[in-house]
Design a protein around this ligand. Structure first.
Ligand code: MRU
Length: 339
C-alpha cells in the first residue's frame, strides 16, 4: 500500500538536488509543497511543523544533512539541524547516523539518507503487520495527534495497524482526538484516514472520557516521539491523559513506534526533554484570540506515559507485552551494552 501523498522527497542529484516537503501547516485546506535548498529552511520547516511526527522529522533531517554538505559546512550545519526540536529522538538519531558515515561527500550522504527513508517505510509496514490483529472486526479504535502516513514516510505508526486491517477488509471505526492546540488529529489524521476510505470520527480531546465510557472504543493506539529504556513513552500532550482514562475503563492502551524512536541512553521517561512551544499556539492557534490579551498560557508539546499504563508496545520487531528494559532489549535484538 502506498502512503496517501508523498510527505518527503529528494529532487535531483546529490550535488545540486533539494528536499521537497509537503507543508502540513496548510492541511487540510491545501496540498502544497516547500522546496528546501538550505539547512535553515529545513530547520525552520521542522520547527514550525511543516514536517512533523518523529519518523518524518528523522527522514527530513537525513536529507537536510545532504544539503549541509552541499553548503560546504557539513558538521556545523548538521548539528544546527539537530537542535530544531528536542523531544523526537529520531531527529538526533538521524543526524548522528549521517555523521557516523565519516564523510561530507553529498553522494555518500544521499545514499545514507535514502536508506533511512527506505527503512522508515519498511518499519511502518512491519508495525502494521504486527499490530493489525489487535483491531477486531466491528470495533472502535481511538488515536491521538497524528502518528500516520503524514508523520512518517510510510503508512504511519499508530495508523499502520489500521491501514493493514483496512487492507484486509476488517470493518472498524476510528475516533481521532482533535489534539489541542494545533489540531493534528482533526487536520491531519482525519484527512489521511478519510482519503484512504477508513471510517473516522473527530472528537474534542475532552470528549474522550465520555466516548470511552460509552463502550464505542475497544482499544487506543498512539505513536511516540521517544521511548526510554524502561518503556516510558513521550508523545503529544494529552496522551498520558488517555492512558489514565484507558486504565479506568479497562481498555487496552497501545503505543506504536519503530526501533528508531527508542532511546537507550535514557533509563526512564523523567529524563526525556519536553519541548515547550510558543504560548500563542494556545491563545491564538489559528488567528483570532481565544483567551484575553496578555494572559499567560502553558504549552508543553509532549507528555510522558509511564510504561505501567501501556498494555503493549507495537514495534517493527513485534509486540512487547511485558514492558521493561530487559524485554525491550530482547525484542529489539540489542546487546546488553546498548542499554
Ligand atoms: O508536534 P508533532 O506534531 O510533531 O507531534 C507528533 C506526535 O506526537 C506523534 O504522535 C509522534 O511523533 C509519533 S509520529 C509517528
Amino acid at each position: 500500500m502506498q502512503p496517501p501523498v508523498n510527505t518527503i522527497e529528494w529532487i535531483g542529484e546529490a550535488d545540486d538536488g533539494h528536499l521537497r516537503l509537503l507543508d502540513q501547516t496548510k492541511l487540510p485546506g491545501a496540498v502544497t509543497y516547500l522546496d528546501c535548498r538550505d539547512v535553515e529552511t529545513v530547520r525552520e520547516a521542522i520547527k514550525r511543523l511543516s514536517v512533523r511526527g518523529a519518523p518524518a522529522i528523522g527522514v527530513a533531517a537525513g536529507y537536510g544533512c545532504v544539503i549541509a554538505a552541499q553548503q560546504g559546512d557539513f558538521l556545523t550545519l548538521a548539528d544546527h539541524l539537530a537542535s530544531a526540536r528536542p523531544t523526537a529522538v529520531n531527529l538526533i538519531w538521524a543526524v548522528t547516523r549521517m555523521k557516523a558515515l565519516g564523510s561530507d561527500d553529498p553522494g555518500a550522504l544521499l545514499a545514507e539518507a535514502r536508506a533511512i527513508h527506505d527503512e522508515d517505510i519498511a518499519m511502518c509496514r512491519a508495525i502494521g503487520e504486527h499490530g493489525a490483529a489487535l483491531i477486531e472486526p466491528n470495533t472502535g479504535v481511538l488515536t491521538h495527534c497524528n502518528a500516520g502516513a503524514l508523520a512518517t514516510s510510510g503508512i504511519g505508526t499508530a495508523t499502520a495497524p489500521m491501514y493493514i486491517a483496512h487492507e484486509r477488509g476488517v470493518p472498524f471505526r476510528v475516533f481521532a482526538d482533535e489534539t489541542r492546540p494545533l489540531l493534528q488529529g482533526a487536520r491531519l489524521t482525519a484527512w489521511e484516514l478519510n482519503r484512504a476510505g477508513i471510517d473516522v470520527t473527530v472528537l474534542c480531546d475532552n470528549a474522550a472520557a465520555t466516548i470511552l465510557r460509552s463502550g464505542q472504543v475497544q482499544c487506543i493506539i498512539t505513536g511516540a516521539d521517544r521511548i526510554a529504556a524502561n518503556g516510558d513513552a513521550a508523545n503529544k500532550i494529552g496522551t498520558y491523559n488517555l492512558a489514565v482514562l484507558a486504565k479506568h475503563h479497562a481498555i487496552p492502551f497501545y503505543v506504536a513506534a519503530p526501533t528508531s524512536t527508542f532511546d537507550f541512553d535514557l533509563p526512564g521517561g523523567n529524563a526525556i526533554p519536553i519541548e515547550q512551544r510558543d504560548p500563542m499556539e494556545v491563545t491564538h492557534g489559528f488567528g483570532p484570540p481565544t483567551a484575553p490579551d496578555g494572559v499567560a498560557a502553558a504549552n508543553p508539546a509532549f507528555d510522558v506515559t509511564p510504561a505501567e499504563l501501556i498494555t503493549a508496545l507495537i514495534t517493527d520487531r513485534g509486540l512487547i507485552r511485558q514492558i521493561n528494559t530487559e524485554q525491550i532489549r530482547q525484542a529489539l535484538g540489542l546487546s546488553p551494552q546498548a542499554l
